[in-house]
Design a protein around this ligand. Structure first.
Ligand code: ADP
Ligand code: MG
Ligand code: MG
Length: 210
């Protein structure tokens, strides 16, 4: 089983829909510990990505990811936009010229993206950021690959790990981003960026399961 170029386009399209559906939810999460714009930011960014669909449709996966990254960079400000942009730009560099991805290709692409976020944002696991969803998801993928699991099984495990990581941000005190300005008062709230990252990986698992 592989992830085809069309699978990638369908994933991005579905994620744009999911973000539109979850716009208010993500904004409410950000209202509690940030500046109430995460839903609007992500929705605006992926609506702009959708406008690039016609020009992305016949390109390789690397070019598609890089186009998503560049579009997010030019349409979404704040912390989240540039960090999501980094995920896609780095994943794009790893997948240059590819028309399909194996499980290992997807792991390499996501790992490059996650490393890019770490380099740029300097957040570690437990800082109450998107890293708390992304890193467990990446580790679950690697573990699944080592165990010789099928692609769809590996993706399901990564989505579940991201969900656990997202929920685990609730009691944490934020150490990065706007939420960190609240100090102890950031505890008791789920991180918005971890939530949008969970949705990204959940959408991949749903979209690429067969
Ligand atoms: P802003 O905080 O600038 O308004 P968003 O609301 O779009 O940007 O995104 C906020 C999310 O970005 C947070 O919930 C967190 O997950 C993530 N984030 C913020 N700073 C960092 C960082 N340094 N490293 C990783 N993720 C971060
Ligand atoms: Mg915000
Ligand atoms: Mg903001």
């Amino acid at each position: 089983m592989v992830i085809t170029r069309d699978d990638v386009l369908e994933w991005i399209t579905r994620y744009a829909e999911i973000l539109a559906e979850n716009r208010d939810y993500l904004t409410q999460l950000d209202a509690a510990i940030g500046d109430a714009d995460h839903g609007a930011n992500m929705d605006r960014g992926f609506q702009a990505v959708m406008k690039k669909m016609p020009e992305m449709r016949d390109k390789d996966i690397g070019t598609i990811f890089k186009t998503v990254g560049m579009t997010l960079l030019s349409t979404v400000g704040g912390a989240g936009g540039p960090l999501y942009s980094t995920i896609f730009l780095q994943a794009g560099m790893k997948t240059t010229g590819k028309m399909e991805l194996t499980l290992q290709d997807w792991i390499d692409a996501l790992e490059a993206g996650v490393n890019g976020v770490k380099m740029r944002g300097k957040a570690e696991l437990g800082d109450k950021t998107m890293i708390d969803a992304l890193v467990p998801a990446l580790n679950a993928l690697k573990q699944a690959a080592e165990n010789g699991t099928t692609l769809s099984d590996a993706l399901e495990r990564s989505a579940r790990a991201a969900e656990e990581g997202m929920k685990a941000t609730i009691p944490l005190v934020a150490r990065k981003g706007r939420a960190s300005y609240l100090g102890e008062r950031s505890a008791g709230h789920q991180d918005p960026g971890a939530t949008s990252s969970y949705l990204l990986l959940r959408t991949a698992a749903e979209q690429w399961k067969n």
